[in-house]
Design a protein around this ligand. Structure first.
Ligand code: ASP
Ligand code: MG
Length: 416
């Protein structure tokens, strides 16, 4: 019998009424001739409530106990969902992380799944029963309860689907992934099919819909994921392998990332090893760097200066705003060593990216992007590219204007 994994997010199990309608959907799917595994999140707001309780006791609560606490939200929804299915005449059994044996590493609050006992699931389903699995949680080798990071029940669902070779439906409160944020650009429209690769590059758009790690797991195991609304029967967005995404459109979506900050090392000595030293220090502190630009120093080319003898360079890079204070600290201890004249920091920037598989085979996409920004008199502060993505760093005040210009300029708008 075909097997379908259905995951219901926090709003889709946010009340008894909603649990009832999710249960009805699972039963209808079973009656249509499928085996069904349901994965549930905690009821909307519950995980936040639980974490706040721990926070009231201690500003830095013990990680093991926090996971033990946070995992209870999903235990409640799993039991309620099983009861709701039973109340509608079906058979259901709830399974917690340790009961199903979702084996993870021991990194509390961000554990990674190592293995899932698929046999346990098959045994449950074999009796015509719907298996209701608590998302977000697992168990480590020592038997400790672990959790997978915020939004982690998406990853539970995709991992379970991978373990049993099923497709995965993610029921949520939006009806899919959009070409850009509809709050910024009213012409944004729902994407019917998107590849794993594009979804990962559009993280800032997609992360609101799916935990990004779940996309990595789906890509690794080739699990087709259908993100759709639990409030309607309309098809949502399929996240699938590149081979299955029919036409390779040039630009699939426009993403806006407000989380980056810029660091500029001005007038650094231009000799081997300086860049290695700078980024080595950041890497040792686990700070990831996104864009990097090195250019002749603004100081070296000032009139009257002797360029030949000064030989300095400017190194500009971006880190997340969250990492900026630590990066700042490292730069201060490094300025003397690398001979920087000054270090500038700028949080008033955003990164706007266009993403699309078709870029690989189309020339001129970057040029078109720059033209569209130039037509709005938007200055580009830095550029970075990958095979399927082009990003520009801009002043924050241009964020919305840039997104709209690129979205409609590349013909993604609903009426274009
Ligand atoms: N309940 C967890 C959270 O809020 C996991 C999830 O909903 O996916 O992060
Ligand atoms: Mg979620």
């Amino acid at each position: 019998m075909p097997l379908i994994v259905q995951k219901f997010g926090g709003t889709s199990v946010g009340s008894i009424d909603r649990i009832r309608s999710a249960a009805a959907r699972a039963l209808a799917t079973q009656r249509a001739g499928n085996d069904v595994v349901v994965i549930v999140s905690a009821m909307a707001g519950e995980t936040n409530r639980l974490l706040a309780l721990a926070g009231e006791i201690s500003p830095l609560p013990d990680a093991r106990e926090v996971d033990s606490l946070a995992s209870t939200g999903e235990q409640v929804s799993a039991a309620l969902m099983a009861l709701a299915i039973q109340a509608q005449g079906g058979k259901a059994r709830s399974l917690l992380g340790h009961q199903l044996k979702i084996l993870t590493d021991s990194a509390f609050s961000k554990a990674r799944i190592k293995a899932i006992d698929a046999q346990r699931l098959h045994d449950t389903l074999g009796q015509g029963t719907i298996a209701v699995v608590a998302g977000f949680q697992g168990v480590d080798d020592a038997g400790n309860i672990t959790t997978l990071g915020r939004g982690g029940s998406d990853t539970s669902a995709v991992a379970v689907a991978a373990a049993v070779g099923a497709a995965c439906e993610i029921y949520t409160d939006v009806d899919g992934v959009y070409t850009t944020d509809p709050n910024i650009c009213p012409t944004a429209k729902k994407i019917e099919r998107i590849s794993y690769e594009e979804m990962l590059e559009l993280a800032s758009l997609g992360a609101k819909v799916l935990q990004i790690r779940s996309v990595e797991v789906a890509m690794k195991y080739g699990v087709p994921v259908h993100v759709r609304s639990s409030f309607s029967d309309a098809p949502g967005t399929w996240v699938i392998g590149e081979e299955q995404s029919l036409e390779k459109v040039t630009v699939t979506g426009v993403a806006l990332d407000r989380n980056e900050a810029r660091v500029m090392l001005v007038g650094v000595a231009d000799r081997p090893g300086i860049v290695a030293q700078t980024f080595g220090a950041l890497a040792r502190e686990n700070i990831s760097v996104d864009m990097i630009i090195q250019s002749p120093s603004v100081h070296a080319i000032q009139p009257g200066s002797d360029e030949g003898s000064i030989r300095t360079t400017d190194v500009t890079f971006t880190v997340t705003k969250a990492d900026l204070p630590r990066a700042q600290h490292i730069m201060e201890s490094l300025t003397a060593a690398v001979g920087a004249r000054e270090v500038r920091y700028d949080e008033d920037i955003v990164k706007v990216s266009i993403v699309g598989l078709g870029m690989r085979s189309h020339a001129g996409v970057a040029a078109r992007m720059f033209e569209l920004l130039a037509a709005e008199r938007i200055n580009i502060e830095a550029i970075s590219t990958s095979e399927i993505k082009i990003s520009c760093l801009l002043a924050t005040k241009y964020a919305e204007l840039a997104v709209r210009a690129l979205h409609d300029g590349f013909g993604l708008g609903a009426n274009t």
